[in-house]
Each structure stands twice: as C-alpha cells, then as structure tokens.
Design a protein around this ligand. Structure first.
Ligand SMILES: [Zn+2]
Length: 341
C-alpha cells in the first residue's frame, strides 16, 4: 500500500474524513432539531385548541351570569359560586396564554436554528464548489420527460456525465424510471404546470406537488425532496393569481424539507418556439463565463429539438472551461433568485 506510505496522502485522507464527519454531524443535528420542531409544533396546536375551549367556557359562563341577572333571582351563595367558576376559567385562560407565547418563542428559536444549520451546510458545499477548479455545473432540464428525453440521456451517457430533470405530470412520465436508472437526479416541477391553478393558493400548490411526487414515487420508489417552481421562485406571473404566494411557498416548501432550485445560467431555449441550436449554445457558454459554479436552465419538451442539438457543444464548451458536471442533491447550493412576489 504505497498510498499510505506518503504522509501527505494520509493527511489528505484525514482531512476528507474530518469533512465528512463534520457534515454528517451537522446533518444529524439538523435532523434532531427537526424532531424538536415537530414536537413543539404539535404542543402549540394542542395548546391552541385548549385555549379555544377555555374561551368557550368563559363565554358560556358570562352568558349564564347575564341570563341569571335578568331572569332568575339567585341567592348570594349561588352568585358567588358562578363568579368563582368564572374566575377559575379566566385564570386557566391566562395560564394557557402564557404557555402559548412561550411555545411560540420556542418554535421561532428552533426555526432560526434550523435555518442557520441549513445555511451552514449549504455554505460549506458552496465553498467546496467554488474552490474546486473550474467549479461544478448542474445541467437541468424542465418540463419533461418528452420524446427527446432518450436522446438527451444518450448524449449525457456519451460524455459520462449526470444531470437533473425537473419533471411534470402531463409529460411522458413512462421515461421517468430511465432517468433515475441511468444515474440522473429527478426533481419535482409540477403535476399540471398551470400557473392560474397552482399559484392561486397554497393548498392548490401543495396538492399539485403531492400529485407529481406520487407519480415519481409510483414509477421509481423514490420520494425526491428536490424541486423547482414553475417560472422559478422569482416569477412575477404568480402575482396575477395571488399576491405574496411565492414568499409563502418558498418558506413552506423549505420548512417541509424540500430544497428548491433556481438557476444562474439561462439557455434561452424557451425564448421562442424554436431557437437555433447555435444561439442556445452561445447563450450558455457566454453566460457561464466568469462564474464559479453554474446551474443551467434548459427544457426537455417535444418542441425543443434544438436544445438536444446544442447539448454536445454546450458540454464540450463547459468542459473546456474547466467545469465538471454533477446531479443536484438536496444539499447542493440552491442558486436562489430574489423572491419578488
Ligand atoms: Zn416549467
């Protein structure tokens, strides 16, 4: 074992070991925090319903006192009894309110802690990506699978690289297993991709994402936790259907444990129905220049044949610039754009 004879190699292995240990430690801690969060969350909803009951009781007692005041002549002793019941209910309410606000404070603290941990995991990985020579390239394909998927998969295989597919439920979902079996990442995009439905309210969005999650699960046995919002997190179109929905959804999906991804290089293949292959390739290569790590937005739909044509030039050009290719994982840097609605 020549490898271990060299001190630098042993040191290198030790550093790798430390990095892995640190990362898994942080992830584990983050998971533990998640459990705390769930526990406090359920305590809070328990407390809320008790608080509601206490208020109901107070209302009932007040009503009784009012009725008795007007209709019935009560003895002093009966009045005192009612008043002491009312006082007890008010005390109980005050106690529950105290408990409620401390639970709320606790949950806020846990959320802040969790965000901090997630940021530190991401920052760690970004730093690795940025310091790696030439950085990482995440090729991403939205809106598929389609009649072009197998061609894309063949090209990726030719270069021995992996990419990420954000799939929709209205597409040729029968190709989803191939994407996974050939080593690529699968992400959720949308079941319907209908902006006017999914961005109308949070529940519509959640049931849409559950639907596409179920489709992927049925086809692959995988519950993927990576996703991309139709139009990206910075889309403004959603404001036509509901003000503030992207702010709600980016928070909600993150707290449900999803990692969402935008992009920092646009291929422009959706700028027109058919964009020339040369334009797509030039867009990607020129927009990648000067960036350390990139996430490239492309589309995998039946009409986007020129995206397929441009792919070899894109891959070769990016390789020549020093990029190495990887599929996205939940821990990858999110390339988040600014949420504007
Ligand atoms: Zn899309």
């Amino acid at each position: 074992m020549n490898f271990f004879k060299q001190k630098t190699n042993i040191l290198f292995l030790f550093i790798i070991f430390l990095l892995v240990a640190a990362l898994s430690g942080v992830s584990y801690f983050s998971y533990e925090k998640h459990n705390d969060y769930v526990a406090v969350s359920s305590a809070l909803s328990d407390n809320n319903s008790k608080l509601n009951e206490a208020q109901k009781k107070i209302d009932e007692l007040n009503q009784k006192i009012e009725n008795y005041d007007s209709d019935v002549i009560l003895s002093e002793q009966e009045k005192a009894e009612l008043r002491s019941q009312l006082q007890a209910a008010l005390d109980e309410k005050a106690r529950l309110e105290g408990e409620n606000s401390s639970l709320k404070a606790e949950i806020e603290q846990l959320m802040a802690k969790r965000n901090e941990l997630q940021d530190s995991i991401r920052l760690n990985l970004v730093n690795q990506a940025d310091t790696a020579e030439g950085g990482i390239c995440y090729l991403t394909f939205d809106d598929g699978p389609s009649n072009n998927t197998l061609k894309i998969l063949d090209i990726l295989d030719t270069y021995g690289i992996k990419a990420t597919f954000f799939v929709v439920g209205t597409a040729r979902t029968e190709y989803i297993p191939q994407i996974v079996n050939r080593g690529h990442a699968i992400g959720l995009h949308s079941a319907t991709h209908k902006y006017d439905v999914i961005y109308k309210n949070v529940n519509n969005y959640l049931s849409d994402i559950k639907h596409i999650s179920d489709i992927v699960y049925e086809k692959t046995g995988i519950r993927t936790n990576i996703m991309r919002f139709p139009g990206g997190s910075s889309n403004k179109i959603s404001a036509q259907y509901r003000k503030g929905i992207m702010t709600d959804l980016t928070d909600r999906m993150t707290s449900l444990g999803y990692s969402y991804f935008d992009w920092n290089v646009v291929s422009g293949d959706a700028d027109a129905s058919v964009v020339p292959a040369e334009t797509i390739a030039t867009n990607v290569l020129s927009r990648a220049r000067g960036k350390n790590s990139i996430c490239v937005l492309m589309h995998d739909t039946e009409k986007k044949t020129t995206t397929v044509e441009a792919l070899p030039t894109i891959i070769e050009g990016l390789s020549a610039m020093g990029f190495r290719f990887a599929p996205l994982t939940a821990e990858s840097y999110g390339f988040h754009q600014t949420v504007g609605n």
